[in-house]
Design a protein around this ligand. Sequence first.
Ligand SMILES: CC(C)(COP(=O)(O)OP(=O)(O)OC[C@H]1O[C@@H](n2cnc3c(N)ncnc32)[C@H](O)[C@@H]1OP(=O)(O)O)[C@@H](O)C(=O)NCCC(=O)NCCS
Length: 165
Amino acid sequence: MDDISFTILPETPDDALAIERLHERMFGPGRYAKTAYRLREQVRHGLDLSFTARIGTLLVGSVRLSPVRIGETKALLLGPLTVEPAFRERGVGHALIERALQAARAEGHRLVILVGDEPFYGKCGFKRIPPGRASMPGPVDPARLLVAELADGAFDGVSGPVRPD
Ligand SMILES: CC(C)(COP(=O)(O)OP(=O)(O)OC[C@H]1O[C@@H](n2cnc3c(N)ncnc32)[C@H](O)[C@@H]1OP(=O)(O)O)[C@@H](O)C(=O)NCCC(=O)NCCS
């Protein structure tokens, strides 16, 4: 695996177009039908909790966090996470997640959820949500609904529908 030097920076309003194009290339128009996308459409991601990966001035990756609630409990929804195909398998994806989780923890957030592959996100502390604990506003494979606790026991006793905050 080649070493590449990349930087992780907070997202700025000027990044919106490049990120939208990245999402279009990665996920295509079908992304609008996904449950996580439908949820995100109703909330604004926090720029202070969203990050880009750059090599020089080139944007090669992006991750966003958006405020939601699980039942009455505040949480963040992670995604989309995208890395340009040419720059994958070099740690950019995990670095984006780690940076976003670090920023969320620093702001006092306690829970982050997402819909994604457990083998990938498990390396960053995400675990499968037990069946029935959290319901998304649309179809989701329960094996892909994951949570990371940013504080010990943060998911204890939390349950309910996931909705925009
Ligand atoms: C998923 C994605 C963000 C990973 O980015 P990346 O920069 O390659 O990630 P990293 O280099 O940090 O990690 C790569 C590691 O994760 C593994 N990995 C990547 N995607 C995986 C998946 N879907 N399931 C399991 N493992 C996965 C790689 O095999 C590699 O493993 P290794 O460290 O043992 O070699 C990137 O492949 C991507 O943009 N995919 C398309 C969009 C997508 O699926 N996003 C996630 C859902 S929102």
